[in-house]
Design a protein around this ligand. Structure first.
Ligand SMILES: CC1=C(CCC(=O)O)c2cc3nc(cc4[nH]c(cc5[nH]c(cc1n2)c(C)c5CCC(=O)O)c(CCC(=O)O)c4C)C(CCC(=O)O)=C3C
Ligand SMILES: [Fe+2]
Length: 342
């Protein structure tokens, strides 16, 4: 039973004055050096201080509203973010005022791990703690191996792949190596996030018939002395050039929409590097623009409400679904150790 859907996302600035306070929200207590924030602020200001993420979420929500109605599911959608307005605390207060008692939560991340899953559970807890009489909030599962997610990426790769030889390169947001090591239920053996990224990449590569491909990382943050997942996409483009590769197709498998880290780190930085080296460069679209993305959300809702077997293409366990911010398992996806200050 559910009487609403909460669309829970990351949030992004909507004007030049929003950028710094947004970045402060994202990085509070996380030991990200000021120099890194100054650099990232420039990326946002380059686009007029507006991240595409909020508009992309709003249009996705409109598509999902229609798809839910077409499927006969009468669920209003509420939109809330971790780091920028509409903030999830405010959204949950509105839901309470509207008489919502129990809502499903769709997180705009397909994966497990601290940043991609557990932090969304923390957002749910924080919002419920802030709102007296808050509805029950049940987060939907991780969907990195859902057939519609894989099919949308596979078609996106086919749509931009050049005729002839190219190297297919998958990319996802880097995380601290310690966070990746601690990702997943203890019984899974760690590295849930990077193993899911590798598995989604394998499924897409198989679907497009690419025998050879790479999985690399992007948008590294944090202090330079802390190890994060590598190699970085820009370094990797250079390495491929050195190995004689003439053309790359980049598939942003770690993301659901063309937000700032896609339009800056890939469409700007990685593309410029490839062009400087005289290489062909194409970037596959993210699923947000594909009609199947709305269908995917409807299927996740239906699967949950009707207790159906999960539609999935891998043998990985079904994870990420829990009520009111509970952890998936004891010690699941522990947060990374923050560098001590002082
Ligand atoms: C795994 C992962 C995802 C994918 C899962 C998901 O989608 O949720 C993701 C998504 C996103 N990350 C985003 C933006 C940022 N991430 C930052 C910093 C960080 N990301 C991390 C991880 C991830 N991030 C981590 C471990 C940090 C270090 C700080 C910390 O330990 O938490 C910073 C701080 C500045 C910097 O980059 O240094 C910014 C601005 C945006 C919005 C872009 C827009 O505005 O359009 C989105 C969707
Ligand atoms: Fe991030």
């Amino acid at each position: 039973m559910a009487d609403a859907l909460l669309w829970l996302s990351f949030g992004g600035p909507e004007g030049p004055a929003d950028v710094r306070p947004f970045l402060e929200n994202v990085t509070r207590g996380r030991g990200v050096p000021a120099a890194r924030l100054d650099e990232v602020e420039k990326h946002y200001q380059h686009f007029g201080g507006v991240s595409p993420i909020n508009e992309l979420n709003r249009s996705a929500i409109a598509a999902v509203e229609s798809a839910l109605a077409a499927a006969g599911l009468d669920l209003p959608i509420y939109f809330g973010n971790r780091n920028w307005h509409p903030m999830v605390e405010d959204t949950v207060a509105t839901m309470r005022d509207d008489g919502i008692r129990r809502a499903l939560v769709f997180p705009t991340s397909a994966y497990g791990g601290y940043s991609a899953c557990r932090q969304y559970h923390e957002d749910i807890s924080r919002a419920r703690d802030a709102v007296e009489g808050a509805p029950d909030l049940v987060k939907l599962r991780q969907f990195f191996d859902h057939p519609l997610f894989v099919a949308a990426f596979a078609d996106a790769v086919r749509a931009v792949a050049p005729v002839g030889d190219y190297r297919l390169v998958f990319t996802a947001h880097s995380v601290p190596d310690s966070a990746d090591l601690a990702a997943g239920p203890v019984s899974f053996g760690g590295r849930l996030y990077s193993r899911q990224v590798a598995e989604a990449s394998r499924l897409v590569a198989e679907s497009v018939g690419a025998a050879e491909y790479d999985v690399v990382w992007q948008s590294r943050s944090g202090p330079p002395q802390v190890p994060w997942l590598e190699p970085d996409i820009v370094d990797h483009v250079e390495a491929l050039h050195g190995a004689g590769v003439r053309s790359v197709v980049v598939c942003p498998i770690g993301f659901v929409s063309d937000h700032l880290e896609v339009v800056w780190d890939l469409d700007t930085e990685a593309r410029e590097k490839a062009e400087e080296l005289g290489m062909g460069f194409a970037r596959a679209a993210t699923p947000n623009g594909d009609a199947r993305f709305a269908e995917l959300v409807v299927e996740l809702v239906r699967e949950h409400l009707q207790g159906e077997t999960a539609e999935k293409l891998s043998d990985f366990p079904v994870l990420g679904c829990a009520a009111n911010g509970a952890l998936c398992a004891v010690a699941c996806c522990e947060p990374p150790k923050r560098p001590s200050r002082g």
